[in-house]
Design a protein around this ligand. Sequence first.
Ligand SMILES: C[S@@+](CC[C@H](N)C(=O)[O-])C[C@H]1O[C@@H](n2cnc3c(N)ncnc32)[C@H](O)[C@@H]1O
Length: 222
Amino acid sequence: MAKDDQTWIPEPTDLEWIESLAAPLPPALAAIEREAEPEGIPIVSRDAGRVLQVLVAGRRRVVEVGTAYGFSTLWMALGLPADGTIVTIDPDDARTDLARAWWRDAGIPDDRITVVNRKALEAFADDDPALAGPFDFVFIDALKPEYGRYLEALMSRLAPGALIAADNVLWSGRASGARPAEASDRNTEALRSFDAAVLGDPRFKATILPVGDGLLIASWGG
Ligand SMILES: C[S@@+](CC[C@H](N)C(=O)[O-])C[C@H]1O[C@@H](n2cnc3c(N)ncnc32)[C@H](O)[C@@H]1O
C-alpha cells in the first residue's frame, strides 16, 4: 500500500523524534561531537553513525577510509561483535591520536582498531599488510574525487557478502542538482559519477539512504 501522502518527506521534527527514542549517546561519542564542531572537522551525522552501528552488526573485519577524530570508527566499534576489528586509514596522525584516546575512553581495546597513517591510495598500492583483507564491511569517507578508486582498490580485498557504505553521496543536494554547485566544484561531479557507477554496477545491489548527507550502501555477492 502506498503511503497516505505522496508529498511527505521527513522534517527536522521527525528526525528529532527518532533521536529522542534512540539509545542515549555514549559519552565518548558526545565528546567527539563537541570537539569536532569548533575545529571544523567533518564527521558523519549522528543519524548516519547510528545507521553504521546497525549495519556492522555480525560483521568481523571492517576497513574505513577517512578516520578524522574516529567518530564513525567508534560507532562501528560499538556495533561490532566483541571479536570484530577495524582498520582505519587517515594520513593525519594528530587527528587519529586524539581518536585513539576517545576509543579508549569508550572501553575499546587498542587491538580492535588498527590505524594506518597513510594516504589511502598509496597504502593500497603498496599492499600495506594491515589492508590485506578479506573485509566484510567497508566505510568510505575521505577525499570525494577518490571514492571510486578506493572502492576499486578494495574489490580484491572483499569477503563474499561484504557490505559497502560511503558518506556524503548526496553532497547537500548538489549531487542530484536540487541545489546548484559551483562550476569549479570537483567534488560534486566526482560524487555524481561514483553514485551512478555503483548504483548501475550489476555486481552490487545498491541504494542511497537519505540519511545525514546521503549514505550509499551496497552489497557485493562475491
Ligand atoms: C570526512 S573526514 C572523516 C570523518 C570520519 N569518517 C567520521 O565520520 O568521524 C575525512 C578524513 O579523510 C582524511 N584524508 C584526507 N586525505 C586522505 C587520503 N588520501 N586517504 C585517507 N584519508 C584521507 C582527512 O585527514 C580527514 O580526517
